[in-house]
Design a protein around this ligand. Structure first.
Ligand code: HEC
Length: 101
C-alpha cells in the first residue's frame, strides 16, 4: 500500500511539473503569434497594427481584457479570447518592457 501511495504521489508531482512546463511553452508560443503581427519588440511592420512597445502594462492588459470579453472586437485579435489572466499579464508586461523609440 505504501509503495502504491508513493507511486501515486510521484505521478501527481510529475503531472503538476509537466503542466507547468506546458504552460510556460504555451505563453511563449502565444507570444510568437502576437509578435507575428505586433513585431518582435512591439513595433509592427504591418499597417493598422498598433505599437505596443513601452506602453504601460496596465493599459495593454486592459485592452486585452476588452478583446477577451468581446467588449472590443477585431477579427485579428480573436486569440485574445483564449488568454488566461496570467497570460494577459505576462504578454502585456513583455511588450511594456520593450524600448519605445
Ligand atoms: C493577426 C494579427 C494580430 C495578432 C496575432 C495579434 N494582434 Fe493584437 N492587434 C492587432 C490589430 C490589427 C489591432 C488593432 C485592433 C483595432 O484597432 O481594433 C490589435 C490590437 C491590440 C492591442 C490594443 C492596442 C491599442 O492600441 O489599443 C493589444 C494590447 C494587442 N493587440 C495585443 C496583442 C497580443 C498580446 C497578442 C497575442 C496574444 C496579439 N495582440 C495578437 C493584430 C494582431
Amino acid at each position: 500500500m505504501r509503495v502504491l501511495v508513493t507511486r501515486v504521489a510521484a505521478i501527481l508531482i510529475g503531472l503538476v511539473f509537466l503542466q507547468n512546463e506546458a504552460k510556460a511553452l504555451d505563453v511563449q508560443d502565444k507570444l510568437e503569434l502576437c509578435q507575428s503581427c505586433h513585431g518582435e519588440h512591439g513595433h509592427p511592420e504591418m499597417k493598422g497594427v498598433p505599437i505596443l512597445a513601452g506602453r504601460p502594462t496596465q493599459e495593454l492588459a486592459q485592452q486585452l481584457e476588452l478583446f477577451r470579453n468581446g467588449k472590443r472586437e477585431n477579427p485579428q485579435m480573436v486569440m485574445a479570447k483564449h488568454l488566461t489572466d496570467e497570460e494577459i499579464q505576462e504578454l502585456a508586461a513583455y511588450f511594456s518592457r520593450q524600448p519605445n523609440g
